[in-house]
Write a protein that binds this ligand. Structure first.
Ligand code: A2P
Length: 275
């Protein structure tokens, strides 16, 4: 059983530091995967409207052994629903699919700067937060420039910015900006979609601690104070990915992983151009 750690958001709420990423999990399987995760000790589940599995994830959260209130649930607004009224409508549909009357965290999935709608969208999120139906609100894939604009025009700082972040793409400048502004950094594709797990440096560090490379990488995110949501649909790996609270990385490990950073290491889409 894990000894979960938490971060405190800028709205005073607590968020588990390690959770299950539910992208690429089919809706029909999602309830069972959420049950497996909650039984293993997970208390954070991350989905999105675009993942097409809110029904299954919601069912899993509503019917899990720990009970709905024990689980911190995140979902996200898809790009084609940006704008004030569209976002409010999309939120209702997400709640309907989830079968819930509120979510713990609602994120704008991408800034889509070419559409020019994220400030308006954020005003809808502020309304949802005021109603208490999105208990916390944040963004995903926002750049420093997007964050400055959002904060400057609305005066409300996102609680979280969920971004691509893994040892090959470490996002130091954005992390520093978040730290200055009290924004929690949440890492998506924290394992580099599994592609970086054969890196010899990570293998070496993992062996030193008697852990797997995935566990070493998850531990690295935790040491940096990040929220981390590895995706797995496998019960063995779901359990393995949570078994990271009984060791820590030392300064040398952290330096060796810092050296794996690569400015060209992005795997996913680029927020400057994706709309
Ligand atoms: P699977 O779902 O079959 O476990 P990321 O979270 O960075 O997007 O990475 C997800 C990918 O990494 C998935 O393909 C997942 O496969 C794989 N993965 C997740 N946990 C582990 C692990 N502990 N060891 C190896 N691969 C893993």
């Amino acid at each position: 059983m894990s000894d979960q750690t938490f971060v405190t958001l800028n709205d005073g709420r607590r968020m588990p530091q390690l959770g299950l990423g539910a992208w690429a999990i089919a809706s029909e399987e999602a309830a069972a995967v959420v049950h497996t995760a909650v039984d293993a000790g997970y208390r954070l589940v991350d989905t999105a409207a675009i993942y097409g599995n809110e029904r299954g994830v919601g069912e899993g959260v509503r019917t899990c052994s720990a009970g709905r209130e024990a689980v911190f649930l995140t979902t996200k607004l898809w790009n084609d629903r940006q704008g004030y009224d569209a976002a409010l409508g999309a939120f209702e549909r997400s709640l309907d699919r989830l079968g819930l009357d509120c979510v713990d965290l609602y994120l704008i999935h991408w800034p889509a700067p070419s559409r020019g709608l994220y400030v308006e969208t954020w005003r809808a999120f502020m309304e949802l937060a005021a109603q208490g139906r999105a208990r916390s609100i944040g963004v995903s894939n926002f750049t420093i420039e997007d964050l400055r604009r959002l904060i400057g025009e609305t005066g409300v700082t996102p609680a979280v910015n969920q971004i691509e972040l893994h040892p090959r793409f470490q996002q130091k400048a954005l992390r520093d900006f978040h730290a200055e502004h009290g924004i929690v950094t949440e890492s998506w594709s924290p394992l580099g979609q599994g592609k970086l797990l054969d890196d010899p440096v990570l293998g070496d560090i993992a062996r030193k601690h008697g852990k797997t490379p995935a566990q070493a990488v998850i531990r690295w995110h935790l040491e940096l104070g990040l929220v981390v949501i590895p995706k797995s649909a496998s019960p063995v790996r779901i359990a393995q990915n949570l078994d990271v609270f009984d060791f820590s990385l030392d300064a040398e490990d952290m330096e060796r992983i810092a050296a794996l950073d690569d400015a060209g290491g992005r795997i996913g889409l680029d927020p400057l151009t994706f709309a």
